[in-house]
Design a protein around this ligand. Structure first.
Ligand code: GLC
Length: 457
């Protein structure tokens, strides 16, 4: 990929970031790639990604499938998207004053955690520091942190406690890019600045990994303007795993990490043999941070469909809320998640712990799988019957998941037809047929089934 400058990078990070697949993008920063070596200490230069027991560390996460992302910071007060500081060119000293209005109400995080639980989510990932540089946690490394400014308390601590009390796994988002710190940009071309800034960054991550008990996920974000060598990412991950041996980390500090992070689109099935996970992160409207004017909300059906498609491909779905400055969740998000939760209550068994599903072709349904059981999630209900073309595996029986009502099956080599269904969808968001197969369900993926009988046509 051609080199891009900071401004272009920022632009892309806005609306177009998803399309460009930021996570996997090979972003080349001139100054970063020309960086002087990072020192001769072998622990800094020796390659380290994550420990080899990945499968074990990630077992709960694969089961979980569905998590809540939370973008919360000074931008939540402003309500103009979390990129407002950069995109609107707000002077740093002016922006900093937002802390005075940043007064999350007591118990704010409890409401997040209880909504997450109600929605059927199993883990949460909260921004501990976003690009704006404000730390939501206690640290001695900067005065620009919640306990020492407006909020007057450690917001991360409250979040961790709330999440745990609802049985949620706890994740920390951390942005490496920092618009506030004086070395945040200069580190790209000034070695002394890089040294200071990398020490600061590793120090903050150390604080996060040391003061809140067991943390389940570290979710790095935006590594601009350095590369893995510049950030000393290998050393960073090593420190993280020294402090939190069971944690999992993503791929946004320029190392592969334990899982990849397709943004604003459903990722793809894993390649055979790749035991790294993937997680689609997505907004419910078009903004991560609270954005008053953004009314482009997804429907509960769209959310459920995305969750199904993530599960189908063996991935997770991290769905975002952008609370307001007082911590309250915008009403549309509550409405959407409540509807999704009602669906999950009845159909969660087809999502949690599901495995990669090879069956995927349908114009009105998505599929998930557990062993030999195929779940057909019909989101556009055609009435009377549904059918799957090219299902190679013999179907033993089928029923409507929620009612247990048996469904008649007529199967040929070319078509599995499920008949006698109600005219009206039993469930608005997606009605699920539970289909017991003789082996792992496999569908042919032919465009044209050449050898099917054409009756002389
Ligand atoms: C992008 C955005 C950032 C958001 C993140 C979530 O990196 O810059 O604002 O937090 O995506 O994945």
């Amino acid at each position: 990929m051609a080199e891009i400058n900071r401004r272009e990078y920022f632009k892309m990070m806005g609306v177009g970031a998803a399309a460009l697949g930021m996570a996997g993008m090979n972003f080349a920063c001139k100054s970063a790639s020309e960086h002087p070596k990072t020192g001769s200490n072998p622990s800094e230069t020796e390659e380290f990604n994550t420990p080899p027991n990945r499968e074990q560390r990630m077992a709960w996460w694969h089961q979980a499938r569905f998590g809540m992302f939370i973008h919360f910071g000074l931008y939540s007060v402003l309500g103009r998207h979390e990129w407002a500081m950069e995109e609107e060119g707000i002077p740093v000293v002016e922006y900093m004053k937002l802390d005075q209005q940043f007064k999350p109400k007591p118990g704010f995080a409890k409401a997040w955690a209880s909504l997450a639980k109600q929605a059927g989510m199993k883990y949460m990932v909260m921004t501990t520091k976003h690009h704006e540089g404000f730390c939501n946690f206690a640290t001695d490394l900067t005065p620009y942190c919640a306990p020492k400014q407006g909020p007057g308390r450690d917001l991360v601590k409250e979040y961790v406690e709330a999440a745990r009390s609802e049985g949620m796994r706890v994740g920390f988002y951390y942005s490496l890019m920092d618009w506030h710190h004086p070395d945040g940009a200069r580190c790209a071309h000034d070695e002394a600045a890089r040294r200071r800034f990398v020490d600061y960054t590793h120090g903050l991550i150390r604080d996060l990994m040391s003061h809140y008990g067991k943390i389940d996920i570290l979710w790095y974000d935006v590594a601009w303007p350095l590369d893995a060598k510049g950030w000393e990412s290998s050393k960073m991950n090593r420190m993280v795993f020294d402090l939190q041996p069971d944690i999992i980390v993503n791929n946004r500090n320029k190392l592969p990490g334990d899982f990849s992070t397709p943004e604003q689109h459903v990722g793809g099935p894993l390649k055979k043999g790749d035991n790294r996970g993937w997680e689609t992160c997505m907004t419910m409207n078009d903004s991560w941070g609270y954005n008053k004017g953004d009314d482009d909300w997804k429907s509960p059906k769209t959310v459920v469909r995305d969750l199904i498609y993530c599960s189908q491909g063996g991935g997770n779905y991290l769905l975002n809320i952008g609370p307001m400055g007082d911590g309250s969740i915008p009403e549309p998000s509550v409405r959407i998640l409540t509807a999704v939760g009602k669906w999950m209550e009845k159909h969660g068994n087809a999502i949690y712990g599901s495995e990669i599903c090879q069956v995927r072709n349908s114009t009105y349904a998505g599929f998930t799988r557990k062993g030999n059981t195929l779940y057909m999630h019909v989101y556009f209900w055609p009435g009377e019957y549904v059918a799957i073309g090219g299902l190679k595996t013999k179907v033993n029986s089928a029923r409507i998941m929620t009612t247990g009502q048996p469904v008649k099956v007529e199967q040929t080599e070319f078509q599995a037809k499920f008949t006698g269904l109600p005219q009206k969808a039993p469930d608005d968001l997606a009605t699920v047929l539970e289909i017991e197969c003789d082996g792992e369900p496999i569908q042919d993926t032919l465009w044209v089934r050449e050898d099917r009988p054409r009756d002389g046509v």
